[in-house]
Design a protein around this ligand. Structure first.
Ligand SMILES: Cc1cc2nc3c(=O)[nH]c(=O)nc-3n(C[C@H](O)[C@H](O)[C@H](O)COP(=O)(O)OP(=O)(O)OC[C@H]3O[C@@H](n4cnc5c(N)ncnc54)[C@H](O)[C@@H]3O)c2cc1C
Length: 283
């Protein structure tokens, strides 16, 4: 028997009130593609599911000038089907194409992918590389905006404050950069990433500039690989540079061994995915 209660607030304020009142017992439920497996596996017990799926204000993609605001309830299918993101935020758009399968993409939300705080969350590396900011709100603390790098605390843990809900994500559009998201799993579809990488850069006079590189599944949280970025910046994108940067990346990641892969294998993947991403971005 699964033990949980359920409520469906009619508006944002009501949702924040319930989250505040029930504290640690309350769990935000969006698409439930993580929550239901967790409930079935008994990782979650005796909780109150706060179903936010009908809070329409949290849904949708809005563009204002060269900035996009994406509501946390926006599904991966909506992101992956958006012509605006395909053109203006191709790194995030690419990550949504290989995410789960169509059934999962129709349920899974962006807020849920980040709120679950898996090191393997596929939208996290692109959003990190795009220097996204998170807008969150709680009843007691009000609204606050912070860089997405500050969201992740560890596997399954965020730095969200008690009762806080992610409202939306904000990132720049049309940066006209060369980008690639690459992911490696045990099979091509429906696989948790053993490692993923999001790379964006600009070529100026044959040299790489403004390089952003973020990894998934290669540390306790998704993260920006600043040392490797430095190694690439100002360099031509040739074999010598990529081999040197791969070595740096292998030293910078902090992977674990689990049932899917050993840490040493994942370390090698850091370099391999970097080379693959650089070639894909520049092709
Ligand atoms: C078969 C299958 C395949 C999958 N494939 C992939 C894949 O390829 N890539 C990938 O990254 N993931 C994958 N997942 C994981 C999952 O689908 C995603 O993490 C999804 O985005 C979660 O969104 P959700 O709306 O279903 O979240 P939910 O299950 O509703 O919630 C997940 C967590 O986030 C919290 N949360 C939800 N919304 C908010 C919010 N607005 N603010 C704060 N916290 C919030 C919840 O409280 C919960 O802790 C897969 C899952 C399944 C079952």
């Amino acid at each position: 028997m699964l033990h949980y209660s359920f409520c469906k607030p009619r508006g944002l304020i009501e949702a924040l009130q319930v989250l505040s009142e029930y504290g640690g017992r309350a769990r935000i439920a969006a698409g439930c593609s993580n929550l239901l497996p967790d409930l079935k596996a008994r990782h979650l017990q005796d909780c109150l599911l706060v179903d936010i799926s009908e809070l329409e204000g949290l849904r949708g993609i809005q563009a204002e000038g060269n900035w996009a605001t994406v509501g946390s309830l926006t599904t991966i299918a909506e992101l992956g089907g958006s012509p605006l993101l395909r053109e203006g935020a191709p790194l995030l758009w690419q990550a949504c194409q290989s995410f789960g399968d169509p059934l999962v993409r129709n349920r899974a939300t962006l807020g849920g992918n980040l709120g679950h705080a898996s090191p393997a969350a596929d939208t996290a590396p692109p959003l990190l590389a795009m220097e996204t900011s998170v807008l969150a709100e709680s009843l007691s603390g009000g609204r606050r905006e912070f860089p997405i790098a500050e969201l992740f605390a560890g596997p399954g843990r965020t730095n969200l404050r008690p009762g806080e809900l992610i409202l939306s994500l904000r990132f720049p559009l049309f940066e006209r950069k060369k980008v690639a998201f690459v992911k490696f799993g045990l099979r091509n579809a429906m696989a948790i990433s053993l490692a993923s990488a999001a790379l964006s850069l600009r070529m100026e006079d044959g040299l790489m500039q403004d390089v952003k590189l973020a990894y998934g599944s290669l540390a306790a949280t998704p993260f920006r690989a600043f040392r490797t970025e430095e190694c690439l910046t100002g360099m031509p994108c040739n074999e010598e540079t990529l081999v040197r940067a791969s070595t740096e990346a292998q030293g910078e990641v902090r992977p674990i061994t689990d049932i899917r892969a050993s840490s040493s294998y994942r370390r090698l993947l850091a370099g391999a995915l970097l080379r693959q991403a650089a070639r894909a971005a520049l092709s």
